[in-house]
Design a protein around this ligand. Sequence first.
Ligand SMILES: Nc1ncnc2c1ncn2[C@@H]1O[C@H](COP(=O)(O)OP(=O)(O)O)[C@@H](O)[C@H]1O
Ligand SMILES: [Mg+2]
Ligand SMILES: [Zn+2]
Length: 507
Amino acid sequence: MALALASTVSLTGLIGNIIDVEVDISDGLPGYILLGLPDAALNESKDRVRAALVNSGESWPNKKVTVSLSPAWLPKSGSAFDLPIAITLLMAQGQVPKDEVGKCVYLGELALDGQVREVRGVLPAVLAAKKSGFIKALVPFKNYAEAKCVSGIEIIAIESLRDALHYLRNGEVPNFPEQIAISDSDYFLDLCDVAGQVGARKALEIAAIGGHHLLFIGPPGTGKTMLAERIPSILPPLSEESILEVTAIHSIAGTLPDRELLSKLPPFVAPHHTTTAPAMIGGGAHAIRPGATSLAHQGVLFIDEAPECARGVLDSLRQPLESGNVTISRAVGSVTYPARFMLVLAANPCPCGRFSGRGRSCTCTQIAIRRYLQRLSGPLLDRIDIRVFVDSPSRIEMASDELGESSAVVRDRVIAARAIADERFIGSNWKLNSQIPPSELRKRFRAEKMGMNFLHTELDNERLSARGFHKVLRISWSIADSKGHIIPNRDDVESAFRLREGMELLA
Ligand SMILES: Nc1ncnc2c1ncn2[C@@H]1O[C@H](COP(=O)(O)OP(=O)(O)O)[C@@H](O)[C@H]1O
Ligand SMILES: [Mg+2]
Ligand SMILES: [Zn+2]
């Protein structure tokens, strides 16, 4: 009897589970049995592994081969088990030295010719291996840079099964660059490109300070998309912990090529309004992949022309907006991904798009206008804190050669204001003004008496709902932080009210 064991990692969401791959080769009718809840893709591993072995000049045992993946109860999917299965099989035949258990993990898919293909989720898999005490990981060459983001574990990159065997037999390590540094490049879009739009810029800054969700309404071509795309440039850089988390999500989604490795820039994700609910929140038949809401984790989710979205798509945002994560259930199991983002919606004011405060050539009826905006369902609109009307910049503003304030200046103010909020929230389990729970707003986070009086009057006059009341208070804290007020005063509250109601911010 010939028996061998090696380890690999299987991901459930961002969580990595160590999987033991055991191979037993025994006399008996030649055959191949795979145990341990494999899916269809994994069941096909036999043919890939056999072809890869033969094409790499190795032999396939003409015996009874049993491969067991444990823990057996964990559903396993995909093709990333190919490499560990092939290597364990050779270990069982005595063709490569056996691994001291708990030393090395193997990740990679095999092509029929023995090349090792890249796989998704290498960063979170290597992180999990390191946490479980492994000291080495063999990974596909194309995933090398990503794997190197994890410090404290030796990474060996291979391009083919031959490479892997060469390393295991002779200990020869391929030579690759050593350390991946946290990327320092700056965002390429700057707020100084935007002419005019004083009110919208101010609203952006307040939204960035408190992490408030935002809706831009305005005619086409007034700069709504421009403004939204520039939000990452005024957000504080990601913390080291967040950098790894965000990179891990993009690693699983297979979107790392679009994002610089270890970038400290908050992500900006802009799904088209024709997108589907699974693309928005995540899904997939075999492996459950993160959707736009998780790719935007710690950054900005921007939906242009939001009223054009299918209804179910916008409604699918409610769970992540409420809880900061998404849970997706499928036959293969359920998976949770983090999804805490700043939501930014843009909408035309009416179906023809030409409606504006200045009365232009809009031909839409009142009813058509109302119906159009009602497509943003009530429950979703309720979660939007700030609504801004973006009108065309004036001729003078467009003609002026004076640039607007740059993103760096605004970002410094955002960072300073957030530092004030951080201090106030020490010991709480929330970080931003937009996350203050309602009970705390009533107890510890009231505005000055005059400010509260203003809100109560608006409540009495039915110009403010109970939910709106809390939203306005949260925004007023962000305004107070931007001005260095210890507690929001009446002006701060009134400015917040106007931001909430879509009027221009008081000067
Ligand atoms: N406020 C502005 N300042 C400078 N350029 C602008 C402004 N508004 C619009 N533009 C120009 O018009 C183009 C379209 O703007 P965009 O942001 O896509 O408008 P919207 O999203 O509101 O339809 C921009 O690429 C830019 O060239
Ligand atoms: Mg646009
Ligand atoms: Zn119109």
